[in-house]
Design a protein around this ligand. Structure first.
Ligand SMILES: Cc1cc2nc3c(=O)[nH]c(=O)nc-3n(C[C@H](O)[C@H](O)[C@H](O)COP(=O)(O)OP(=O)(O)OC[C@H]3O[C@@H](n4cnc5c(N)ncnc54)[C@H](O)[C@@H]3O)c2cc1C
Length: 305
């Protein structure tokens, strides 16, 4: 019986692991990968204490920091089910193992949100892509569309500038949501054309993407642009399925927590990072929220609070 099982190997899971190990909590960390979502970023400039670091380097540092802890058990596995028992929880993994624990901290983050339009699934890997850092070089001298104008969309444009011939940035409403500095940078490139008030309708092509149809929500006309790539950057879906039947989620599927403690609606389960309803999804925030949750778990386990 563990005192705590932490699920996830992103910034939240690693922070929780380091804090819990230093508190000597009887602990297991289960993660199917390490480093978290910003791993694909070329350059992270807001990781406090470091002026600039690549996502990959940050991921390596996080994993090393976790593995350097004494008295920590780590399993590279995927949690598929959590069930409530009389004295805690059973955590079942993809490899068929089951672990007993008194408490659980869910740090499972999020995954790409899909457009769910015709052609998207058919052309995944054939022009439809989700990771600009990984895939931008494949679009040398091609015309591409970036759908979504939050920070991920703006970063995708910047990643594409050295390669693509023309970049259309499709914005859902009449405003770009990403941060002001990145927005300003994107607007300075001649090859970028921003199209506001769009609703993407269909990705077209034969064996590879050749076009994107969208509705102009002002004129109500359906228009088509000829592109060979579509970068889908419309946010994330929280990885909360494993607790869906146990605890309260909001309308977006995010785990509802008490921001002061990280506690969920079920005693014994805490959550931290991007999987929660806490606003502003950022590395530093995930790390801080997870540390706070561990403090609260410690108080619950050993101080009877
Ligand atoms: C392209 C991009 C660029 C970004 N750039 C920045 C930036 O510059 N600065 C910044 O502060 N933030 C940035 N972010 C946001 C930042 O990456 C997130 O806020 C942060 O990663 C959240 O950490 P997390 O640990 O909550 O979740 P995640 O990073 O999503 O980590 C979740 C972890 O849980 C694991 N997991 C999921 N489900 C299971 C399961 N069932 N069983 C076991 N393990 C599981 C995953 O494999 C992963 O290890 C960026 C995000 C993206 C997408």
């Amino acid at each position: 019986m563990y005192d705590l099982i932490i699920i996830g190997g992103g910034p939240a899971g690693v922070s929780a692991g380091v804090y819990a190990a230093r508190k000597k909590i009887k602990l297991l960390v289960v993660a199917d990968s390490f480093g978290g979502r910003s791993m694909v970023s070329d350059n992270i400039e807001n990781w406090i204490g470091t002026q600039s670091i690549s996502g990959l380097e940050l991921a390596q540092q996080l994993e090393q920091h976790l593995r350097a802890q004494k008295d920590i058990e780590i399993k590279e596995d995927k949690v598929v089910e959590i069930t409530k028992t009389d004295d805690g929880f059973l955590v079942k993994t993809d490899s068929g193992e089951t672990h007993q624990t008194k408490t659980v901290l869910v740090c499972t983050g999020g995954k790409h949100r899909l457009l769910n339009i015709p052609g998207e699934e058919k052309f995944i890997g054939k022009g439809v892509v989700f990771c600009s850092t990984c895939d931008a070089p494949f679009f040398k001298n091609k015309d591409v569309a970036v759908v979504g104008a939050g920070n991920t969309g703006l970063e995708a444009v910047i990643d594409l500038v050295p390669y693509a011939a023309k970049i259309y940035l499709l914005v859902h409403g009449d405003k770009i949501k990403g941060d002001a500095l990145t927005h300003e940078k994107v607007m300075n490139y001649d090859k970028v054309q921003v199209i506001y008030n769009t609703e993407t309708k269909e990705i077209t092509g034969d064996s590879f993407v050749s076009g994107l149809k969208y509705l102009d929500t002002i004129s109500r006309e359906t228009k088509e642009i000829a592109v060979q790539g579509v970068f889908v950057t419309i946010g994330a879906i929280p990885n909360s399925d494993i607790v869906r039947r146990l605890i309260s989620l909001n309308e977006y599927g995010e785990i509802i927590i008490d921001y002061r403690t990280g506690q969920t609606s079920l005693k014994g389960i805490w959550a931290a990072g991007d999987v929660t309803d806490s606003p502003y999804k950022q590395n530093n925030i995930a790390v801080g929220d997870a540390a706070r949750a561990v403090m609260d778990i410690y108080a619950f386990l050993y101080k009877g609070k």
